[in-house]
Write a protein that binds this ligand. Structure first.
Ligand SMILES: [Zn+2]
Length: 374
């Protein structure tokens, strides 16, 4: 499943070093599935007491979400085995998502990560289904197993729909990618199929809505809308990555940057900063041009005004060992990622250990703006 938009998530568990968190939207589907299951068990077995119905519904809901986590865990563990660490699995209203730190480097890796989740669901589904057939669905244990078997197989089939960003869409992208060796074109194909599938969901949902099944129709349309926006978002990200990927840091760096000596006090530094540097970050360099650190307006704002005269730049700077730097041959996507991760607007460009310029985020954005013009 693709990732939800901005999340407000809380931790549920930690498995194999991966945090399993849930978005508050997950609570909606948790309750909805619990209530639906209670109703299902009540109709399946009118003879069951209220207590048995509720207990079976709670146990089944818990095991269903354990299956969703197992599906995501399968993606995550295969990704990790291929050197792509996953820190969190998020449960949200449309299921679960493993947050990969970056896209896989080759089609084979993409294929194995994508197929691992549905494969886990098929195994769980087949085992539960097999065990469920050993007894009657009038007995709680077998009724629970039979439903888990059915839902896990359904989960595998749904995720294998070949529209990006569903697992099946990633499988499709991997297959096209291995054939044409072009990541961007493959992504375009897979996201277009994804958009078509999503619009199909919306259409069927609307038809169902007017054909007398308003709830399931709405739900289907809602899933379609979510998949459509996720497909568009994935394509946009790929477009940005590929536009930036055509350039290196060396193409966009500027040799002009502000520098300051480590033993200047903040009083003197700040008045100079306002006049000459438009309040940007300054590189802290000694008389031999060695880079010692970087100081930003945010670092200064942490020092009370009355201490500016007695505090030196070296006391507030981010030291060299803790700051990100880039190499002229580095790609712009990697430079931008470093800026976002360290929350700075510029990075020093180092060549053979000495500073030759800086690369600024606003210039990358400007370039991107020009490149993405239709
Ligand atoms: Zn999946």
């Amino acid at each position: 499943m693709p990732r939800p938009a901005r999340t407000t998530s809380r931790r549920l568990a930690r498995i194999a070093g991966i945090d399993v968190v849930f978005d508050v939207s997950w609570l909606i589907i948790l309750v909805l599935i619990g209530v639906t299951l209670a109703e299902y068990f009540r109709q399946l077995n009118p003879g069951w007491t209220q207590g048995v119905v509720v207990f079976a519904a709670i146990v089944t809901t818990a095991l269903f979400f354990a299956s969703v986590v197992a599906h995501e865990l399968a993606h995550s563990l295969v990704a990790r085995a291929h050197g792509l660490p996953v820190h969190t699995i998020t449960l949200f209203v449309f299921g679960g998502v493993s947050e990969l730190t970056r896209e896989p480097d080759d089609a084979g890796t993409e294929f194995r990560i994508a197929i691992a989740g549905p494969f886990a669901s098929i195994v769980i589904g087949a085992v539960c289904d097999g065990l469920g057939r050993l007894g009657s669905t009038h007995q709680p244990l077998f009724a629970v197993l039979a439903w888990l078997g059915y839902i896990n197989l359904l989960l595998a089939v749904f995720n294998l729909i070949p529209g990006f960003p569903l697992d099946g869409g990633r499988v499709l992208r991997a297959i096209i990618w291995s054939a044409n060796k072009d990541f961007v074109k493959s992504t375009r194909w897979a996201t277009n199929v994804g958009k078509a599938c999503a619009m199909g969901f919306i259409l069927i949902g609307v038809l169902e809505f007017f054909a007398g099944a308003p709830l399931s129709g709405l739900w289907l349309a809602f899933i379609g809308w979510f998949l459509l926006s996720a497909a568009q978002q994935s394509w946009r990200q790929t477009e940005i990555q590929s536009a930036l990927g055509r350039f290196t840091v060396g193409d966009l760096e500027t040799p002009f940057f502000a520098r300051v000596a480590p033993d200047v006090n903040l009083e003197a530094f700040i008045s100079d900063l306002a006049v000459h540097n438009n309040f940007r970050a300054s590189l802290v360099m000694d008389a031999d041009d060695a880079l010692l650190g970087i100081v930003t307006p945010a670092d200064l704002s942490r020092v009370p005004r009355e201490h500016w005269g007695t505090t030196l730049v070296r006391d507030v700077m981010v030291p060299r060992g803790k700051m990100a730097t880039v190499d002229p041959s580095e790609g712009l996507p990697s430079a931008l990622r470093k800026m976002v991760e360290s929350n700075v607007g510029q990075l020093p460009v180092l060549s053979n250990g000495s500073v030759r310029g800086v690369i600024r985020r606003d210039r990358i954005i400007e370039l991107l703006h020009g490149e993405l013009q239709p």
